[in-house]
Design a protein around this ligand. Sequence first.
Ligand SMILES: Nc1nc2c(ncn2[C@@H]2O[C@H](COP(=O)(O)OP(=O)(O)OP(=O)(O)O)[C@@H](O)[C@H]2O)c(=O)[nH]1
Ligand SMILES: [Mg+2]
Length: 606
Amino acid sequence: MDIRNIAIIAHVDHGKTTLVDGLLRQSGAFRANQTIATCVMDSNDQEKERGITILAKNTSVRWGESKINIIDTPGHADFGGEVERVLRMAEGVLLLVDAYEGPMPQTRFVLRKAMQNGLKPIVVVNKIDRPEARPTEVLNEIYDLFIDLDANDEQLEFPVLYASGREGYARLEPNDGNMDLKPLFEAILKHIPPPKGDPNGAMQLQCANIDYNDYVGRIAIGRIENGGIRVGQSVVLLKRLGGTATGKVDQLFTFENLKRTPAESAPCGEIVAIAGLPDVDIGDTICDPQKPQALPPIKIDDPTLSMMFSINTSPISGKVGKFLTVRHLRDRLFKELKSNVALKVEETPDPRVFKVSGRGLLHLSVLIETMRREGFELEVGKPEVIYREIDGEMCEPIELMTVDVPESYAGKVMELVGQRRGVVKFMDTRRGHMHYEFLIPARGLIGLRSKLLTATRGEAVMYHNYSGYEPFKGEITQRKAGVLVSMSTGLATNYSINSLKDRGDFFVKNADDIYEGMIVGEHCKDRDIIVNVTRAKALTNFRVSAADATISIAPPREFTLEEALEYLNEDELLEITPTHLRLRKKLLKMHERKKAGREEAEMVEG
Ligand SMILES: Nc1nc2c(ncn2[C@@H]2O[C@H](COP(=O)(O)OP(=O)(O)OP(=O)(O)O)[C@@H](O)[C@H]2O)c(=O)[nH]1
Ligand SMILES: [Mg+2]
C-alpha cells in the first residue's frame, strides 16, 4: 500500500480543521447525500463551542491508489506540546499560513519543530478568498521565517500552494482559477516522501499519542516504524523513562476517514491504534520481543503554570454538583493523567488540595470546564507560574508575544506591557497598524488580554507562545483594584446593591446566593472593603416611593471561566459548580483575614 503521513500545522485559526473537511469531502469520504458539520474533526463539546482544536486527531483519505494519513493539530500555544509529539507520526507537514495575517508566533513554533524533525514542508497560503488577502507579501514573510529558522537551501525550496480551505480549492498560482483541491492531493503525493521503514525488519512503533476509554483502557497511537503488526502478537514495551513491560496486541485499528477501523494486521509506515497495553505511555517504544530496540525518546514539555484544586469548601457547596468529595476529585484528576500527558497532579500537605500543573491557562481551564460539565464542584486558586532553578538562579517562563494595534494605541500598549516587564524585541508598521514582538514573563500575561482589549477598545490582537526559561525579571504588581467582600450570608437584594452602587461594580444580582467572605464586586479604590448586600429594606419605612420598588440596577459584571481565573489574587479562590462561578476570599471571616494581615478597613452598610 502506498502511504503518506502528513500533519497539518499552523497558528491558531489559520484554517487547519476546515481544510481537513475539504480533503475528506473531495476524496469521497462522505456519502453523496450525507450532511456533514463543519470542522468534523473538532469532535468534543468544548472544541465545537470554542471553535478551536484541543487534541490532535488522526484521519485519512484515499487519493487514487494511495492512502494519506492526516493528523490535524491544535494551533493554540497551550497545546504546542501535543503538536510536537504527533509530528513523530509524519514524514511531511502542510504549513498553513493565513493569506492576510501572515506567519504568527505559533507558525514559527510549529515550523521550527517540523524542521527539527526533518519533515518535508508544503506551504499552503490559505484563505486566499479573503478580500484583504495579500498572498505575495505573505509568501515573502514565510521565506523570511524559514531563513530566520536557519533553513538550508533544500528546505527553502518548499512547494507552495494557494488555497481556500473553506471554498475547497487549492492553486499553484493565486489566480489560476482552479476550483478543487486536486493540486493539493497531487502535491502531497509528489513532495511528501513515503514512510522510510523496513517492512521486513523487526516490528517497532513509538507511541506518539494516547487515547483512553473505560472499556479497553489505554490506546497507543503511533506510526509503525519498521516491520508490520498483527492482532494477537506479543510485544515488549521499552519505557521512555527506562524499564520494560510485556504485552499483547489485543485490538488493532487503522484510521479510515473519520473512523477507526479494526484491522487484523497493518504494514510498515501505517498509523495505527493499539489496545491491550495498559502500561503504555507516550514516548515508549513497542517492539518485537525478539529484537527490542528503543526509538529516540520524545521530549514532553514540562508544565509552566499550576493551580491548586480542592473540593468545594464554600458554605453553599453541594447544591448542584454530583461529585463533591476528596475521593471523587482525586480519582478524576488521576484519571485525567492517563491521556492528558502534559498535565501533572501532585498531592499537597492538605489532603483536600491537589496541585495541578499544565502548559498554560487554557490547558487547565479546559480541564476545569470538562469537570464542571461532568458534575464536579471544586475550588481553584490563582494560577501561578512555575519557577525553576537553573544554574543556581531562579528562572521563570518567558513568552514571545505579538501585538497588533492601530498606531494611535501604541503608547497604551507599551505602557501596559512595560508594567508587566515585557520588552520589545521587534517592531514594525504594517498597513497602519503597529506590530510588536515582546518577550514577557508568563506571569505578566495573566489578565493582560482583557486589559489590552479595554485599553484599545477591542482593537488589539495578541498572541503568545512559550519561549523558554530566563532569570526572574522582578516583581510585577498585580490587580490594583480592591474588591467588595460580603459580610453576610443570604440572598442579594436590589435594595442593598443599589445603595452601594457608588462603591464599585457588582458581580452579583438580586436574589443570588451570597455568603460571608464571598466577593460580590470590584471596589472603585485599590483596597478591599466589606459590604452588606443582603439587607432587605426595613419594612417600617413607610416613605416608600413607587420608584423604590423597581430600582433599576446596572447588570452585574459576568466572568468567563478564564477571566475569573485571571482575576484572582493570592488570598482568593474561585468556586466552580456546574452552574456557577463565584469568587471568594480564602478566609471567609473578616477577623481571620485581619489576623492574616489583610488590610480591609472600612465597613459599609448596604
Ligand atoms: N475566509 C476564509 N475563512 C476560513 C477558511 N478556512 C477557515 N476559515 C475560517 O477560519 C476560522 C478557523 O478555522 P479552523 O479550521 O477552525 O482553524 P484551525 O486552524 O483548525 O484552528 P485551531 O485548530 O483552533 O488552531 C473559522 O471561522 C473558519 O470558518 C478559508 O479558506 N477562508
Ligand atoms: Mg483546528
